[in-house]
Design a protein around this ligand. Sequence first.
Ligand code: ZN
Length: 54
Amino acid sequence: MVSWICDKCGYNMEADTPPEKCPSCKKECSFVDNSCYTPDCAGKPTDPRITGKE
Ligand SMILES: [Zn+2]
């Protein structure tokens, strides 16, 4: 399972592949891989599309 996060609304879900449409905001968003692969990321998103926001 991979953790995915919606780049529009931040909806988080786990699936093998990301859905075409976000079940939360219903937009055709880009689900970005939110999985943590490095021990020092402390569970935080590492994708710049997520971390560059906010
Ligand atoms: Zn969404």
